[in-house]
Design a protein around this ligand. Structure first.
Ligand code: ZN
Length: 273
């Protein structure tokens, strides 16, 4: 997830400078193969801004997919152009999901810790079959927060996560920027929104505006059209992206403001869990 407005503009600017630079010195193996682009499109993801990330790719700003993920996912059903979407794999519930966020110099600041507490409270207030609970070590956690590497923090990535596993477990790692408070000046509620968004991916939520990311990210409309499984419409949620209030917590981009669950978000959460 990235910030919109001035920071996004700055990010875009920095990124384009960076990539312009990188492309001149790119190693042959660093190019993203055409097959990856076509595969992502086939699966219904946007390839706008696609970059390499760890052992795979960063898709739609904050979704981490590896080559094996791309192979595992299969295209099929039509995607309705409506509001809330889930992946095929969901977390088996009822379940308490243990969450670990490290502290200290290589961990997260007190402001980010407070953001996690608020994100957990937002979910738990919905009385879902999934509840989140902090645990004190990574070994006993289902989801572990890790700092993004310095390069990704500096280029403006705010966080990344993946989708639930085929065996019904939440995605196990959230890579989060450690400079949300110090560099971007975000308050607890804004940080909570970013964290809740990444947690949303871990339990199977896709971007509500993945079919047109310009709704939250600005720029030109970008519609993937049909094709791709793992974007299943959640019954009871309306047509069009939910931009009521500050918008759904699962919009692709954030302006750093607080996005507590909207009524449609609550419908979607209730339906899945
Ligand atoms: Zn996202």
């Amino acid at each position: 997830m990235r910030r919109l407005s001035s920071i996004l503009m700055l990010t875009v600017l920095v990124s384009s400078l960076f990539f312009a630079c990188e492309n001149e010195n790119v190693a042959p193996g660093d190019q993203i193969p055409e097959e990856v682009y076509s595969r992502l499109t086939q699966l219904g993801f946007s390839t706008d801004g696609l970059t390499r990330f760890e052992d795979g790719y960063l898709v739609e700003n904050d979704i981490y997919l590896t080559d094996s993920d791309l192979q595992r996912m299969s295209p099929g059903k039509d995607i309705p152009a409506v509001e809330q979407y889930s992946t095929d794999n969901l977390v088996n519930g009822p379940r308490v999901i243990g969450v670990y966020m490290p502290t200290g110099r290589k961990g997260f600041s007190s402001g980010e810790q407070a953001g996690l507490d608020e994100a957990i409270s937002r979910y738990n207030a919905q009385n879902l079959t999934l509840t989140f609970q902090r645990v004190s070590s990574s070994g006993s956690a289902d989801i572990v927060f890790k700092r993004l590497n310095r390069r990704d923090e500096q280029r403006g990535v705010l966080g990344s996560a993946g989708f639930p596993t085929g065996s019904g477990d939440p995605y196990g790692t959230i890579n989060l920027s450690g400079i949300l408070e110090s560099t971007y000046g975000l308050g607890t509620a804004g940080i909570a929104t970013i964290i809740a968004h990444e947690m949303g991916h871990c339990i199977g939520f896709r971007h509500t505006d993945y079919f047109d990311r310009s709704i939250s990210c600005g720029g030109s409309p970008y519609n993937e059209g049909d094709g791709g499984v793992g974007a299943n419409h959640i019954p009871g949620t309306p047509t069009g992206a939910d931009t009521s209030g500050n918008g759904s917590w699962m919009l692709s981009c954030t302006d750093g403001s607080s996005r507590p669950f909207t009524n449609h978000d609550k419908t979607a959460l209730d339906y899945l869990y």
